[in-house]
Write a protein that binds this ligand. Sequence first.
Ligand SMILES: [Zn+2]
Ligand SMILES: [Zn+2]
Length: 192
Amino acid sequence: MALIKGFHRRRRDTWGKKVAGKIVIVAVGEVDGRILEGLQESVGKIFEKEVCMGQPLNSPDYAYNERRKQYFSSAILLKLREVQREIGDRVLGMTNHDLYVPSLNFVFGEADLENRVAVISLCRLSQEFYGLSEDIDRFKERALKEAVHELGHTYGLGHCSDPLCVMHFSNSLLDTDIKKASFCPQCEKRFK
Ligand SMILES: [Zn+2]
Ligand SMILES: [Zn+2]
């Protein structure tokens, strides 16, 4: 099975540090607290934005697909649009559940630029998912990369050809491990 990462609706938008607003992280169902805490700080540093924790949402039963035993990420994005926020704020949902969109086996995350919401799944980022022993640092690092990548889309950034850039499209978890959690100089320039 091909590991296919990402499914994104993209549209050009104002991107950059000048964009007002903060980043609101929202747990969608049970999420590992160690991941949430770490992310809040690291995401804030990378985007130079205030990051706060929003009110957690219930487990997304409405998005569950019985046949696929997965959760439809676009349905979760719709729910995240309802999160109370101010103009310019981005909302990043995080869930432990495995996500999909109809055309792909699964997605690590999805972003909706128009409504400035994104969601990532932690499900396939842990070593345990692949039958390996736990590696919390690696798990945190992957979660950060996925979070920054999807949030990058909500600020209007597309995919980058630099394999080390966080906006590089990963076909597999290996690609995610290779790339950094930060932007390449080109993407960084667009961010300013
Ligand atoms: Zn992407
Ligand atoms: Zn880049």
